[in-house]
Write a protein that binds this ligand. Structure first.
Ligand code: WTA
Length: 682
């Protein structure tokens, strides 16, 4: 998003605070370099040391990391700790409770959609609940290797279920509980799940969502498609039992809480609360091979059929635990909060597995940032004295719009490190996050990674890396193993394509059921390398600036422009809260830029502003980047994980009314508004 050579780049460095360096795991740059060197020169020694923190029923028999990244030499594979046997759940729970005596430590502060609803769950309690759930799943017929679909909101039962799967060797496939019945059905069918775990209903802000009904529709669709694999559905009575007793944050008149009419089929449905009470709190873990599958997670469906990214046990354990420890500099007295949903990879790696592997105390948040008020995030930070906070640029930009008042009401002095993930962060948002939220004392770790990478692959380390606002990473200061990555030049654009030459333990192993798609998507373009699909630029200090997906490039008169680049110059304007740029066919230029801008509250969209914005882009990037169209967008179509759906915007720009599957969109209503505001002529 930020381009060296343009005004966006900031050379000012923000150095790690001394206070943080004192006790940090990686206290300075030299220490980082030592680790870095070791990870390159002696990867086996390096990862063996990481592995020594965990319990292995059987030790590995060969080299710690074995792989082939070169399609011309045979199948692509990565193996970590081959020959070893272990269990994820044992390592993140039993080991903490029994070996480390952390049974009384809080694993999660669960904070509901309403501030009225909260509970603390210790490691000991978590282990008990997970064992009960493991026994329940076994009773329902789940065996090692079976796939279990999980369609749950951000409630403790989601963590219980995923860990229960790993305890008995089942493979979880979590589907974000905002996805439609169609998307859920597609995912269940692709991985042939035998059990579905869901809840009756959940409030998201003031909106009540009847999850069970959606789940039933999904199962019905699976049956229609004649490949129904789900035999039983385990249903948590979350709404009925946890939230119906009253919720002062939901503004309903009269004050009666709607009862979700939970459809029930006794032949298929099993009530969580009933069965969990009847089973034992003890359950022996299943010892798995290091390379047995751990989970499947489908990547965002904004383009084409979703891919079932498969991760395996040992490598994912080593990688998420190490990155969590170093990138958030985890300390025993921390209260850590990642605002993502566990339905996405960020939640898998940095709410469940990474933090638990480190015996961390985390906040598990069911709600949304603006309910019951726009200061909710800051209120929660004050309430739990959160020390490490990890969120997405889109949330920061949203909350920035409300100004300082909602932030200043709360005490944020507990914060020590801030993190971002999911998209490039524009410098304006970075500065606001750093100054207003972090009060200039907290480093911002901008972590670049993907569902496929399993964990952070490019990131500063908070006590060791000087930061540049908006730069995800620095070439020299990148995370330990990342030295193996190289950047190949895309012939025409001058942009660098981000690729990795060697694996790390947490990289995906295949696309579930489709090795061919795995190899062609990630390894065929540059034989010998894993291709992330993102572009970036390198500045004179060796810092890398992620330029967004290469597939978001627009070719205007033979010049390849990054949409992210144009978006950054639009959002630099004081009136613009958010911008998205797509291409529209142009008789002369081939393609031209069509820009959607969301204005800040109280700013008016008019001709003068349009002219100003065009001038600004021209000045910042060059005449070639002058937009042809600038459209007012009160809202942008986004996936539920907050990614802008450019496909939909492209179709609006071209006035194509048949938008196809919109099931991954958070709020489909914005589409009609955008069609109404379309620009016909430049
Ligand atoms: C983008 C999310 C810039 C990138 C963990 C990547 C980022 C895609 C950053 C993966 C960042 C993620 N700076 N871009 N810090 N983090 N991305 O699979 O385009 O949901 O390829 O994983 O998000 O998205 P995914």
């Amino acid at each position: 998003m930020v381009v060296p050579g343009s005004q966006h780049i900031e050379d000012k460095m923000y150095h790690p605070p001394e206070g943080l360096q004192k006790d940090a795991h990686v206290p300075d740059f030299n220490c980082y370099l030592e680790l870095y060197k070791k990870s390159i020169e002696e990867p086996d020694v390096f990862w063996k040391e990481v592995a020594s923190d965990f319990y292995w029923k059987k030790p590995p028999t060969g080299q710690i990391l074995q792989y082939n990244f070169d399609v011309t030499k045979g199948n692509i594979y990565v193996k970590c700790m081959e020959g070893a046997t272990t269990n994820m759940c044992y390592n993140v729970l039993d080991r903490n409770v029994k070996d480390k005596n952390l049974g009384e430590r809080v694993a999660f502060y669960w904070e509901g959609n309403s501030p009225d609803h909260h509970e603390a769950i210790t490691y000991g309690q978590l282990l008990g609940q997970v064992c009960r759930c493991s026994n329940t799943l076994k009773q329902m017929g789940v065996r090692k290797g079976d796939r279990v679909a999980i369609y749950l909101p951000m409630i403790p039962e989601l963590v219980y279920t995923m860990l229960a799967c790993t305890r008995i060797g089942a493979v979880h496939s979590i589907v974000f509980a905002g996805f439609s019945a169609e998307s859920l059905c597609e995912r269940i069918m692709d991985s042939q799940c035998s059990i579905l775990v869901t809840a009756d209903g959940v409030y998201r802000g003031e909106k009540l969502i009847n999850l069970k009904q959606i789940a039933d529709e999904a199962l019905e669709k699976c049956r229609e498609k004649a490949s129904a694999t789900v035999t039983r559905c385990l249903v948590v009575k979350h709404h009925a039992l946890r939230t119906q007793d009253g919720d002062s944050s939901v503004n309903l008149t009269p004050v009666v809480f709607p009862v979700v009419q939970t459809p029930w089929d006794a032949a298929c449905d099993v009530c969580w609360e009933e069965v969990m009470g009847q089973v034992s709190e003890q359950c022996e873990p299943e010892w798995l091979d290091a390379e047995d599958p751990l989970f499947i997670l489908y990547t965002s469906g904004s383009t084409g059929k979703p891919k079932g990214v498969l991760h395996t046990v040992a490598g994912y354990l080593l990688y998420t635990s190490l990155t969590f420890k170093y990138v958030f500099d985890h300390q025993p007295d921390d209260v850590y909060w990642c605002t993502a949903d566990i339905g996405w990879i960020t939640g898998h790696s940095y709410i469940t597995y990474g933090p638990l592997a480190n015996g961390a105390t985390s906040v598990l948040f069911e709600g949304i940032p603006v309910h019951p008020h726009v200061g909710r995030f800051w209120e929660v930070i004050e309430k739990y004295r959160v020390t490490k906070f990890y969120t997405a640029p889109t949330a920061i930009r949203l909350l920035m719009k409300y100004g300082l008042d909602p932030v200043q009401k709360y005490d944020l002095s507990s914060l020590r490190i801030l993190g971002t993930v999911g998209e490039p962060i524009n410098p304006e948002a970075w500065h606001w996050y750093h100054e207003v939220i972090g009060q200039k004392r907290c480093p911002v770790v901008d972590t670049f990674w993907q569902t496929e990478t399993g964990g952070h692959v490019l990131t500063p380390l908070p006590a060791a890396t000087p930061l540049k606002p908006g730069s995800a990473v620095s070439y020299h200061h990148i995370y330990i193993h990342r030295v193996h990555s190289v950047f190949s030049r895309e012939p025409r654009s001058g942009l660098l394509l981000q690729v990795f030459r060697r694996p790390w333990p947490g990289i995906m192993r295949t696309v579930y059921g489709n090795q061919e798609r795995f190899e062609s998507t990630y390894f065929k373009k540059f034989p010998g390398f894993y291709v992330t699909g993102d572009g970036c630029r390198r500045d004179k200090d060796g810092y890398y600036w992620i330029a967004g997906r290469i597939d978001d490039m627009i070719n205007v008169s033979g010049h390849l422009l990054s949409t992210a680049e144009v978006e950054a110059s639009l959002t630099d304007h004081g009136a613009v809260a958010e911008a998205a740029v797509v291409s529209r066919p142009h008789a002369v230029k081939g393609e031209c830029l069509y820009c959607f801008v969301t204005l800040k509250d109280c700013r008016e969209f008019n001709r003068t502003l349009v002219d100003e914005l065009k001038r600004q882009v021209r000045e910042k990037i060059g005449p070639i980047a002058t937009p042809d169209f600038i459209q007012n967008a009160p809202g942008l179509p986004k996936t539920r994980s907050g990614k802008i759906m450019r496909r939909v915007l492209r179709q609006i720009a071209r006035n194509e009314k048949d938008l196809g599957d919109l099931s991954t969109m958070a709020d489909p209503k914005v589409v009609e508004v955008l069609f109404n505001h379309r620009c016909e002529t430049a």
